[in-house]
Ligand binder design. Structure first.
Ligand code: PGA
Length: 241
């Protein structure tokens, strides 16, 4: 099997229900270049199964102590987590995480040596120019207070909210200008190159459209990542580019 540098982030969200199912799912996706992000309750069991894939968290908190229900990035680091999804639209909108909260989480993840996978994306389908404005504003607000020299350690996930979980994936033509604006923005801010990936209804049928483009460094997969057959197909296709 060939290898390349494309990242495949598997965001299981609040799935599956049992440890047995989580283990089976992890076994299918345990391939080089894959970052498996199970719910926190399954991080330990998934960590114990992985030989080739990396472990990612879907969240994390910036402090330790009297914060019932939370877990810190340092704690995540100590159980083998290497990446953390931060600022996913479901956290922004369902759990009221604003850019200040997201910025604090990014700083804390970086301090714990965890690579943040920072999600940004416009809510509604609009013109490309207006989407670029919205996304860059959201990005810069989320990166406030982050030392410039650390920006290169961030992975950016461009996820138009209208494409998440809807089956209406964005076309390559729609995302290229936005990915390029994101990369240019970070280059202008810090002189660093970053990896930028796409997320939003990625499936075995459409994944190649994105990953064959050299400027797209991978994909963030939600729904399809909890289906063993779909996950296996997505990984196979990308690894054989
Ligand atoms: P989806 O989710 O693949 O189900 O659209 C992507 C995401 O929320 O990150």
């Amino acid at each position: 099997m060939k290898t390349n540098n494309k990242l495949i982030v598997m965001n299981w969200k609040c799935n599956p229900r049992s440890t047995i199912e989580a283990s089976a799912l992890a076994a299918v996706s345990d391939k080089k270049g894959v970052i498996i992000c199970p719910p926190a309750v399954f991080l330990h069991i998934v960590a114990s199964k992985l030989k080739k894939a990396s472990l990612g968290a879907q969240n994390g908190f910036w402090a330790e102590g009297a914060y019932t229900g939370e877990y810190s990035f340092n704690q995540l680091k100590n159980i083998g987590v290497k990446y953390a999804i931060i600022g996913h639209s479901e956290r922004r909108f369902l759990f009221n995480e604003n850019s200040q909260i997201i910025s604090k989480k990014i700083i804390s993840a970086l301090a714990a040596n965890i690579s943040p996978i920072v999600c940004v994306g416009e809510k509604k389908r609009t013109s490309i120019s207006s989407a670029i404005k919205t996304v860059i504003a959201e990005l810069n607000n989320s990166l406030i207070d982050i030392p410039k020299e650390k920006l290169g350690k961030i992975i950016l996930a461009y996820e138009p909210v209208w494409a998440i979980g809807t089956g209406k994936n964005a076309s390559l033509a729609e995302i290229l200008p936005i990915i390029s604006a994101i990369k240019k923005n970070i280059m202008d801010l810090s002189g660093k190159k970053i990896k930028a990936i796409y997320g939003g209804s990625v499936s075995p049928e459409n994944v190649m459209e994105y990953v064959i483009d050299p400027s797209i460094d991978g994909v963030l997969v939600g729904g399809a990542s909890t289906d063993k057959q779909k996950s296996a197909k997505i990984i196979d296709k990308i690894r054989n580019i």
